[in-house]
Design a protein around this ligand. Structure first.
Ligand code: AMP
Length: 280
């Protein structure tokens, strides 16, 4: 695996690959890698000649400085995992190249309702920070395909909006879960043993909705799921909503959209956990 820090070196390397008609798959991450990230790497490897993974803890998408500070950064371990997965290139960009104008000179992206909706409402500025970093990384990598996880469903919708000029194909990969159902996340390591065990209960509500939901109105399902998750010790639902999976707008009835996604964000002991379930 080739490790690079400078965008110019990356471009030089990837230009030679493009000239040889090789395809490039790109997996942007913030590190603390787990099987969820590896599923994206593996998918990219199966569909492209070259797979580039980036690790960059993007400061502009953290609205809470404590969250940024506590974000895990086990870089040595990440390098080992990526090498073992036969990732071709690991790009570790430098803040001065990602944000040449400094962290306070962000571009503003027109994200429409996505910006202040659900996850965006709880984390002001978060998606604009995501848009800035992804747009910049795409300029550096110019991939044929961009691999994103369904776990961050709203983020996929945001990136679909941002990716207009260079237009890589976006491949959304399914959520990889722990054996008890909890969606894998770099933040899970911040849960203590009891919180970790209890957090699996979030996914169990989504499984119930997937398997039995059609028998009930959405409002009833929502109320029941929120009550059950809030009854988990130290758990507090931020939102749990049913959305049109294409437009990502709220819906009230099963018949309101052909493809529906149930999205939730739950704080467990103060750690923000996201999960969702496609219902089609
Ligand atoms: P992050 O490092 O959290 O920014 O995530 C990098 C990429 O991995 C994003 O596209 C995430 O949606 C994706 N990802 C994170 N967790 C999972 C998971 N459990 N299953 C599938 N993809 C994931």
């Amino acid at each position: 695996m080739i490790l690079l820090q400078h965008a110019a070196d990356l471009k030089k390397l990837l230009d030679t690959k493009r000239q040889a008609n090789l395809t490039i798959g790109f997996v942007p991450t913030m590190g603390a890698l787990h099987q969820g990230h590896l599923s994206l790497i593996n998918r990219s490897k199966s569909e492209n000649s070259i797979t580039v993974c980036s690790i960059y803890v993007n400061p502009t998408q953290f609205n809470d400085p404590k969250d940024l500070e506590k974000y895990p950064r086990p870089i040595e371990h990440d390098i080992e995992i990526l090498s073992a997965a036969h990732c071709d290139v690991l790009f570790l960009p430098l803040t001065e190249e990602v944000y040449p104008g400094g962290l306070n000179k962000l571009k503003h992206y027109e994200l429409g309702h996505l910006e202040n909706f659900l996850e965006g409402a709880s984390r002001p500025g978060h998606f604009n920070g995501v848009a800035n970093v992804v747009d910049r990384l795409l300029q550096f990598v110019q991939p044929d395909r961009l691999y994103l996880g369904q776990k961050d469903f709203q983020q996929v919708k945001v990136i679909e909006k941002v990716v207009t000029g260079l237009k890589p194909a976006i491949v959304m990969c399914p959520i990889v879960r722990e054996a008890d159902g909890l969606a894998m996340s770099s933040r899970n390591v911040r849960l203590n043993e009891v919180q970790r065990k209890n957090a699996a209960g979030i996914s169990h509500q989504l499984f119930f909705i997937r398997d039995h939901g059609k028998e009930f109105p959405l409002a009833e399902l929502k109320q029941q799921a929120v009550e059950r998750i809030n009854s988990i010790p130290e758990a507090q639902v931020d939102y749990l909503e049913f959305c049109d999976a294409e437009k990502f707008t709220l819906i009230n009835n099963w018949k309101d959209a052909p493809k529906i996604v149930c999205v939730t964000s739950v704080l467990v002991g103060g750690v923000r956990l996201l999960d969702n379930m496609l219902l089609y």
